[in-house]
Structure formats: C-alpha cells, structure tokens
Design a protein around this ligand. Sequence first.
Ligand SMILES: [Ca+2]
Ligand SMILES: [Ca+2]
Length: 132
Amino acid sequence: MWFTSKDGLAGDRARSITIDAQGGKWFCGEGGISYLDDDGTPENKGDDSWTTFTAADGPLKSAGFENIAITIDSAGDKWIVWYGLLHLDDNDTPSDKTDDIWTELSIDTDIMDFAIDASETSGSPPNVACTI
Ligand SMILES: [Ca+2]
Ligand SMILES: [Ca+2]
C-alpha cells in the first residue's frame, strides 16, 4: 500500500513516522507534518482521515522540510525538530487544529534527529537528546 500526496500526505518524500497511543500515524517530510487516522484499517484508504500541518500552522516555516522529525511523549505531546525544537500540544484532538498550542523552544538550526529518554515524568518536560 502506497500513500502519496494524492492521499493526503503533505508531500511525497516523508522523512520519519511515529505512531501515537491511539494508533494515529504522524509523518514528517516534504511539505510539513501529516497526521493519518486510518480508522484501524490501514489496508482501506476509503475511511482514512488526513490532517496536514504546513507553514500556515504554528511556528512552522515554509523553507526546507527535509530535516524535520517528530516524536511523541507519554502525555501525547508532539516534539518536532526542524530549524529548532517545537512542542505541539494538540489537546488530544489531532484532527482539529483550532485548539492546538505550539511552543518554539530553540532556534538551533543544526538538529537532525532526537529522542525522548525514560526520565520523563508527568507534568515536567522530558529530556530530549538531539543529534547534531
Ligand atoms: Ca483506513
Ligand atoms: Ca487539536
């Protein structure tokens, strides 16, 4: 099964994917960030719902999404590296962008990838390890 921008992916070159606790798929790459709710049927595109986050959303900028990556912490918050470190609290409604809260945490332009370690505790930000 192939997914392309014709299906709802932000662009045809996805760089990374992560899956949230509800089974939602988050893709990063060309064009921005794409969220796929496949309704539990990855083999059937007919019931899929896509939400795309582009330069029009939050602090995302329009240039070069080739280095963008995303990971999700145990609270469901999204951490995105791309020309800095971004935090997205989507209020557990990934398909509704109107209640999203974006925070820009860094302007380091050299971060390539990252991970959240096991020290994360409720109510405090996790440690984020970055590859530069
Ligand atoms: Ca589906
Ligand atoms: Ca939301």
